[in-house]
Design a protein around this ligand. Structure first.
Ligand SMILES: C[S@@+](CC[C@H](N)C(=O)[O-])C[C@H]1O[C@@H](n2cnc3c(N)ncnc32)[C@H](O)[C@@H]1O
Length: 330
């Protein structure tokens, strides 16, 4: 049974009605589903925002977001609620499969000037995933900079993206990165007296980091040869997941690849477009033979008034949409 609407719940100082309001806002904006069992998570994450804004309670915080026409606090709320856990070469079988079977023929075509190569890390968090993709590419093709090869890395969380853009990783946060790869692709640096690694320019130059909410308009037209969307949709509901998989199908090249996280599976509707070909690796069917069921800017559900404005984050200047469109148009 739910708690009375005005009573604090979960041993916290948030009323049930306030939790519901903020949870619904989070869902409508990001697709992230927060069960009641995560009340204390919400309280601990958003308490920092309350303190920062000097607001007395979560009701006042909800009203503040509603009144904020810039959409900035809505973005801050979503960012605070995202889970950014990641690591280099996480679920390494995808990188092995890409290096051994998928990328070599694609790179041959690129080197022969017959095509370009576009890879999208959707939900890239602090960058470990796109940097791992860039390392994989450079190991196969050290002269990648000479060719039309680009990695787009996007996330809804502007703070994670800011960290990703620096390419700086404290020495203790390089899980999955071997010593050999660290020395080959990163420079040892110091940050506030602590040792860290900085991604070399050859890695950083392959990647464009941009803020993008997967549930809003995708300004880039693609097509992409590979999409990594791993450990992102686990926080979404089934309908939202299925719609996203199908949108990916329509922005992939014929026979392009979609990699998902270890606990994420395509449903029957999405599998009309894909065949499983590896561990959580899906290959699109050769031709776009089905009418696209989802418009490019479809959202999984109606967006309330305040929601539809939060496409670009403070970190993503006004020009970012054009930037994505420029770099990733056919
Ligand atoms: C757990 S991390 C996964 C990082 C990486 N893909 C990996 O597998 O290691 C999930 C990321 O998805 C992002 N995310 C959640 N909802 C999103 C949305 N609606 N649009 C874009 N990114 C989203 C979060 O900000 C977070 O950085």
């Amino acid at each position: 049974m739910s708690a009375p609407a005005n009573r604090p719940i979960g041993g916290s100082d948030i009323a049930a009605s306030e939790f519901t309001q903020l949870r619904d806002l989070l869902y409508r904006e990001s697709g992230i589903v927060l069960p009641e069992s995560k009340i204390s998570l919400m309280v601990s994450r958003l308490n920092k925002r309350l303190r920062h804004l000097q607001l007395p309670d979560f009701g006042a915080y909800f009203r503040y977001i509603e009144a904020d026409q810039s959409g900035e606090e809505l973005r801050e709320m979503v960012a605070a609620m995202t889970t950014n856990v990641t690591s280099f070469f996480r679920e390494s079988h995808h990188f092995t499969q890409a290096a051994q079977t998928i990328l070599p023929p694609l790179l041959e075509r690129v080197k022969a000037g017959k095509s370009r190569l576009r890879i999208w890390s959707a939900g890239c968090s602090t960058g470990e995933e796109p940097y791992s993709i860039a390392i994989t590419l450079l190991e196969l093709c050290p002269e990648a900079a000479r060719y039309d090869i680009k990695i787009l890395a996007t996330d809804i969380d502007p703070h994670a993206l800011s960290r990703a853009r620096t390419g700086n990783y404290p020495a203790g946060l390089t899980k999955g990165l071997s010593d050999a790869r660290a020395h080959k692709f990163f420079d040892p640096i110091e940050i506030n007296g602590n040792s860290a690694w900085r991604a070399r320019a050859e890695l950083r130059n392959l990647i464009t980091f941009e803020a993008l909410n997967l549930h809003q308009n995708w300004p880039m037209r693609g097509p992409f040869d590979l999409i990594f969307c791993r450990n992102v949709v686990i926080y979404f509901d089934e309908t939202t997941r299925s719609q996203l998989w199908q949108r990916f199908a329509h922005i992939l090249t014929p026979e392009g690849w979609l990699f998902t996280g270890h606990s994420e599976r395509l449903d029957a509707a999405a599998m009309r477009h894909f065949a499983l070909d590896g561990i959580t690796a899906y290959r699109r069917h050769g031709a776009h033979n089905q009418a696209c069921p989802i418009a490019a800017d479809a959202t999984p559900r109606a967006m309330p008034r305040a929601m539809s404005r939060a496409t670009c984050t403070p970190d993503a200047p006004q020009s970012s949409t054009n930037h994505i469109t420029r770099g990733y148009a056919p």
